[in-house]
Design a protein around this ligand. Structure first.
Ligand SMILES: [Zn+2]
Length: 324
């Protein structure tokens, strides 16, 4: 399924119901990924933490999704790197993370499970390949409640996949998706996002912890407000004993285009102007402070630094075996 504007507005809205009808269960998810995709993981150590990047799969991101898309400008930027367009789409990864630190076993985001079609849904298989059962996860941090981040919270029957985990998200994010007045004002085609968001967090309602602004999300993790993509979109800064890593969620959707063209927001951004402003602020900080960064849609294995390049930025990928 190529994600184009129509699919965003209509296809995904219908996806949760379709997934329920298909009846895929937790067992099949753990065995091979919801879409039959093989597990792909990249593990490295950072200070006292062991971090495993769990690739859920790739989404074809149609170029028409970019606000103000300029084909000539895009091709010029793409020609400088090795990214290629395929059927007017860029392949963007969906990454989640396992962080093991002391006795802590924490996930950041949970992939799509069966919500977004074939070629995705491998995060659970990656976790199994890392030797960790869903029941062993003690904390799940959500950057935001979109289907490619929260979809893996629930099995096809709607039950919680992480039976013993506390679920942590921003209060502002929770409030947005649970606000009936906001829901009443959105187009019918966007209601599926609200339905999916509510359904994915519902079985965790009695073990949710909601974050108020910049605060401790879990031991070693500080939540950073990165609003725009969604109202409560949140980054997490890990302090792994003197070594830091910023998990920035969806600050960048396209590694290929948005470091060079940071004003190019996409159709999923709730507030495009705020998205671009937040992106600039965080990229400036990451470049100035030489931060090690990772993101849900950065090219796998999604670990590197941000370089300032004139008025824009560039991504410097870390060596594959970083920290080993
Ligand atoms: Zn995303």
């Amino acid at each position: 399924m190529t994600i184009n504007r129509r699919a965003v507005l209509t296809g995904i809205a219908a996806a949760p119901a379709a997934a329920l009808a298909a009846g895929a269960g937790r067992a099949s998810l753990a065995a091979e990924g919801a879409g039959g995709t093989a597990p792909v993981v990249h593990a490295f150590t950072l200070g006292e933490a062991r971090i495993t990047v769990l690739l859920d799969g790739h989404l074809p991101l149609g170029t028409q999704l970019f606000n103000g898309y300029d084909d000539a400008r895009a091709k010029e930027v793409l020609a400088q790197g090795l990214h290629r367009l395929q059927d007017d789409a860029l392949q963007i990864p969906v990454n989640g993370y396992l962080v093991e630190r002391g006795g802590q076993k924490l996930l950041i985001d949970t992939g799509t499970a069966q919500l977004m079609g074939p070629g995705l849904g491998a995060l659970g298989a990656g976790l199994a390949a890392a030797g960790v059962a869903p029941e062993a996860i003690d904390t799940v941090l959500l950057t935001h409640i979109h289907p490619d981040h929260a979809g893996g919270l629930i099995a096809a029957d709607g039950s919680a996949v992480f039976a013993n985990a506390e679920l942590v998200a921003a209060q502002r994010e929770w409030d947005f998706w649970h606000d009936d007045a906001i829901l009443a004002g959105v187009p019918d085609s966007s209601r599926g996002f609200f339905d999916m968001a509510r359904r994915s967090v519902a079985p965790y309602a009695d073990r949710m912890r909601l974050l108020q602004g910049e605060s401790e999300a879990a031991p070693g993790f500080t939540a950073l407000e990165l609003p725009g993509h969604t109202p409560g979109h949140t980054g997490f800064m890990l302090d792994a004993g003197g070594e830091g890593l910023l998990f920035w969620g969806d600050l960048i959707h396209s590694t290929a285009l948005q470091f060079a063209l940071p004003e190019w927001t996409i159709a999923f951004d709730t507030d495009p102007a705020q998205t671009a402003e937040t992106r600039r602020r965080m990229l400036d900080r990451a470049a100035a402070d030489n931060l090690l960064v990772t993101g849900a849609h950065l090219d796998f294995p999604a670990l590197g630094r941000v370089l300032r390049q004139g008025d824009a930025y560039a991504y410097q990928a870390a060596p594959w075996q970083f920290g080993l």
